[in-house]
Design a protein. Structure first.
Length: 320
């Protein structure tokens, strides 16, 4: 919004000038107006009493009284004008600033005092309002950045195929759990955060002592956790979990936080076990068969021979 020359000039005035100048102008106008009326009346009185000294003295007395009343009235008017100007120039603006500060404290970061625009000013209250609006704009921008970052982080956490959590070492409770904990273990986020002993009850008895020792050491020394173990889900299913966690210090509170990620590796573990079992069966078959089984690399060199080669050729497998 463009401001006129008078508005810009008023904005550049200092606070005392904004109060003092209108006060002086109002006082002068009142005094001059009243003086003009009194002088006109006094001139009439003096012209009538010019031939009579007694009447002249009485007229002068009345004039002196009127001058005193005029001066007193001017003082009263000046005090009243000062009060009005202080309300308009100071009190109302301070109240507006207080209201805006209260709205910001309540969470509304879009409010502004909206005084003075971006033009420089000698008025301390105007400069304060401008600084307040600048601060509010900065806070709003940073808050928006934080909300955007939090949204991106939350989307990332909620989309990755793993359950994430934050455990307060000092409070001995879960302060954050991602939604993936429910499909993984059958417990809601609220249940996971409400029961500090839930994890101990879910760890497989054969793994509990080992994992408690690992996490106790991590909380004391800050050593990262990178372990596999078993958890028992709500439906009784045994889940193989691979967990990675680190201890971090919250910059604001100084609180120690264990931040971790749990991957469900049950299917991978089952595939590895099946592969290992298959390899064992194959190795057992090859080493017990009466047929000669061997393997060669690309250069034609033997890389494996089963024990049957000794019975067939008379050479030990390591001689082939």
């Amino acid at each position: 919004m463009r401001r006129g020359p008078l508005s810009r000039l008023w904005n550049r005035l200092s606070l005392p000038a904004k109060v003092g100048m209108p006060l002086v102008i109002i006082t002068l106008l009142v005094a001059l107006t009243a003086a003009a009326f009194e002088l006109r009346d006094a001139r009439r009185q003096l012209s009538r009493s010019a031939q009579n000294p007694a009447h002249l003295e009485e007229a002068l007395d009345r004039l002196s009284t009127r001058v005193v009343l005029l001066a007193s009235g001017a003082v009263v008017v000046e005090i009243g004008a000062l009060a009005v100007l202080l309300y308009l120039v100071v009190h109302r603006r301070v109240r507006r600033l207080t209201e805006v500060a209260g709205q910001m404290a309540a969470g509304d970061l879009t409010v502004r005092v909206g005084e003075g625009g971006a033009e420089p000013s000698r008025d301390g209250l105007t400069r304060l309002a401008q600084a307040f609006d600048d601060m509010a704009a900065t806070v709003e921008a940073r808050n928006r950045e934080l909300l955007d970052a939090e949204t991106r982080y939350r989307l990332l956490v909620e989309e990755i195929p793993a359950a994430t959590y934050v455990w307060s070492v000092d409070q001995a409770r879960t302060v954050f759990a991602s939604p993936q904990v429910e499909p993984m273990l059958g417990y809601t986020v609220e249940e996971s955060m409400a029961d500090p002993k839930l994890w101990q009850r879910l760890v497989h008895p054969d793994d509990l002592e080992r994992m408690e020792a690992i996490f106790d050491r991590a909380e004391v020394t800050g050593e990262p956790v990178d372990e596999g173990y078993r958890l028992i889900a709500r439906d009784g299913t045994v889940k193989w979990i691979h967990e990675r966690a680190v201890v971090a210090i919250d910059r604001a509170s100084g609180e120690r936080l264990l931040q971790g990620v749990m991957y469900d590796v049950t299917e991978r573990r089952a595939m590895e076990d099946a592969l290992r079992e298959s390899e064992e069966k194959y190795r057992s078959f090859v080493e017990t068969t009466k047929e000669w089984v061997w393997a060669m690399d690309g250069d034609g060199r033997a890389t494996y021979a089963n024990p049957a080669v000794e019975e067939i050729l008379g050479y030990r497998p390591d001689e082939i």
